[in-house]
Design a protein around this ligand. Structure first.
Ligand code: GAP
Length: 610
């Protein structure tokens, strides 16, 4: 029986000891919420990012950009992050510890989602539930609960410079440069832009290693669509089964997901937006392909109070880690919120031209103000009054029905006689219109995914009476695909040649000649290396080696010349190790290697000559 608390301790210890991740700058006391991915973790993270890129950028026909992580203040004024990217903070009067107030309430009161409540309501709940400081036990009742902005501020340029912020999401780097990206896409919707990179959030309570950090990696896709345009082709994902926990089901007190296909979820209106349904299907398959356990995976719709300021609808991909559901990714329908905000604040247009199927005749109100009247009458403000009249004609032609018309320019009101504005309504032919595209956003957290993959891959078993810990990582993402061992010093040159050949075939390879062979296998098992090759005395005679499978510990005897081809196929999932056991002689696990007159070939669990 898996004990989540114990596995968590083992996993964190393993991650640190074997170079997956560890707190940054520990020798200087560290800084909460900052982690370094060591050699194994960085390799795993890179593989995950590459797998994401292949699926969400390359296969979808999207493009990837690489924007700066620092942007000037006006970007975040426009995006709404300066005003609303807050979490609720409560500080302990006794020990000074800071806590995320909504999380404290969720942990103590019968409330699952406190994020949507006001700071005052949270303060009341803290008092009513007699919630104490988790650090020192002092009652927090009466302590103010305040909004705390999560962005890291910096200064751009020397001296006082100008204010800038580290981006809190990679998405803004895409939105802010939409005019150029739309030009690159020749203004054709839909088009998608991805970015994999760092984002920064000054989290109030970073916790659980890389699950909540202050510097994180996101992999985000912003898909720009015409809300009246065609939806996605659902054929490729229609049969993908989604474990859905809708907002309605949650309101009814349900906690178990209902499994239905993408096609059913769209037909029954459980997922309102077809693009969101499409990407939930793609992501569900993708998560399984990199090693997320489907039994510990669900798609949960946000409750209205939970949704971010920009989202019209949002589903989270969640995974069970140590008995807690962790948000791995969000799939938000952001409407035209982001581009409209930038359109209103920036100097450029964030629209694209929507071509009509047929030209349309439309009535358009225009004015041609008499400047020989406006000039002497309004002086320096005359041009502004003329612009205001043109704008009003477009917005509200009925304003020109009377004898005079009043407009506001430069914060002053001006009244103009109707016969001086030359108002008329013309019938014109239009070929299209400018629209602000809507955004569909699948947004993935990479750090959390790496941790979850390790958690879901963590295994303990016994080999010939000895305990073993191993990570059953999928070969597509494992930091190392194959480790090569010479059994004795004599085999080292040949083993090194094999390493070179496998690296030339672009496979990730480790070489290890230290310690007995059983210990070498254990080391690779612990970092999740799926395959090990052992070069032994027989290799010099027939150019074969043993190839050992991490999970089953079975071994087959294969020609060296076949290794690159076989390992490439195993990594791609085109073949399984079970396939190889019917094609090549099985050795080890008590089986004969087919050479009765030779000494038995050393096997994974039988160090042989050693
Ligand atoms: N652009 C949308 C956006 O940023 P989000 O839900 O705030 O949405 C997306 O973040 C993903 O980033 C989350 O699902 C999560 O996996 C990851 N994430 C967010 N904050 C994180 C943190 N402090 N530490 C680790 N991962 C985080």
């Amino acid at each position: 029986m898996r004990n989540p608390e114990r596995v968590r301790g083992q996993l964190v210890e393993l991650a640190k000891r074997r170079g997956f991740f560890f707190p940054t700058a520990e020798s200087y006391g560290g800084a909460a919420g900052f982690y370094t991915f060591g050699p194994e973790g960085a390799a795993l993270k890179r593989s995950v990012e590459e797998a994401w890129r292949q699926r969400f950028t390359v296969k979808e026909g999207n493009v990837e950009i690489d924007a700066p992580t620092v942007m000037p203040e006006p970007v975040f004024e426009a995006s709404g992050h300066l005003d609303t990217f807050d979490d609720m903070l409560v500080e302990c009067a006794e020990c000074g510890a800071s806590h995320r107030a909504d999380h404290l309430v969720e942990g103590h009161a019968e409330i699952e989602e406190a994020e949507g409540l006001s700071p005052e309501a949270i303060a009341d709940l803290i008092a009513d539930n007699e919630i104490a400081c988790p650090s020192c036990g002092t009652a927090l009742a009466g302590q103010p609960v305040e909004d705390f902005n999560l962005m890291f501020e910096t200064t751009i340029g020397p001296g006082s410079g100008s204010p800038g912020y580290l981006r809190p999401e990679t998405a803004q780097g895409i939105f802010v440069d939409f005019p150029r990206l739309a030009e690159y896409a020749r203004g054709q919707l839909p088009f998608g832009v991805t970015q994999v990179g760092r984002a920064y959030r000054n989290e109030i309570s970073p916790r659980r290693c890389v699950l909540r950090v202050r510097e994180l990696t996101q992999a985000e896709l912003e898909l720009f669509v015409d809300p009246e345009g065609e939806g996605p082709d659902l054929a490729g994902v229609a049969d993908v089964e989604l474990p859905l926990l809708s907002a309605a089901a949650q309101r009814d007190g349900e906690s178990e997901p209902h499994t239905m296909t993408v096609g059913e979820a769209v037909d029954e209106g459980v997922i309102a937006n077809e693009w969101i349904a499409y990407y939930l299907g793609v992501a569900t398959e993708w998560y399984e392909s990199v090693g997320i356990d489907p039994e510990r995976f669900r798609l949960r719709q946000h409750l209205p109070g939970e949704r971010a300021h920009y989202a019209a609808d949002c589903w989270d991909a969640e995974s069970l880690v140590d008995d807690d559901w962790i948000e791995l990714a969000g799939f938000a329908y952001r409407g035209n919120y982001d581009l409209s905000k930038h359109h209103d604040h920036a100097d450029e247009s964030y629209t694209v031209f929507r071509q009509y199927d047929e030209p349309r005749s439309v009535e358009r109100a225009t004015v041609d103000p008499d400047m020989s009247y406006l000039g002497p009458e309004f002086g320096a403000d005359a041009a502004g009054v003329a612009d205001a009249l043109k704008d009003l004609a477009g917005r509200d032609p009925s304003a020109f029905d009377g004898d005079t018309v009043t407009v506001t320019a430069e914060d002053n009101e001006y009244t103009v006689p109707a016969d001086r504005v030359n108002f008329r309504v013309e019938t014109v032919t239009e070929n299209g219109e400018h629209i602000v595209p809507h955004v569909i956003e699948p947004s993935f957290g990479v750090d959390r995914l790496v941790y979850t993959l390790l958690d879901h891959a963590y295994r303990e078993d016994e080999i010939e009476g000895e305990g073993r810990t191993y990570l059953a990582l999928d070969p597509t993402v494992a930091p190392t695909l194959v480790a090569v061992f010479p059994l004795t010093d004599d085999e080292q040159p040949r083993a090194n040649e094999i390493v070179d050949d496998l690296r030339t075939a672009e496979l990730s390879v480790d070489y290890d000649d230290s310690g007995n062979i059983g210990r070498r296998y254990r080391r690779q098992d612990e970092v999740g290396t799926p395959y090990c090759v052992t070069v032994d005395s027989r290799t010099a005679e027939d150019d074969t080696v043993t190839l050992r499978d991490r999970d089953s510990t079975q071994q087959v005897r294969v020609p060296i010349a076949d290794l690159p081809r076989l390992l490439t196929a195993l990594r791609a999932g085109d073949r399984s190790f079970a396939d190889l056991t019917s094609e090549f002689p099985v050795v080890g696990s008590g089986e004969d290697d087919g050479s009765a007159d030779r000494a038995p070939t050393p096997t994974a669990e039988d160090p042989g000559e050693e």
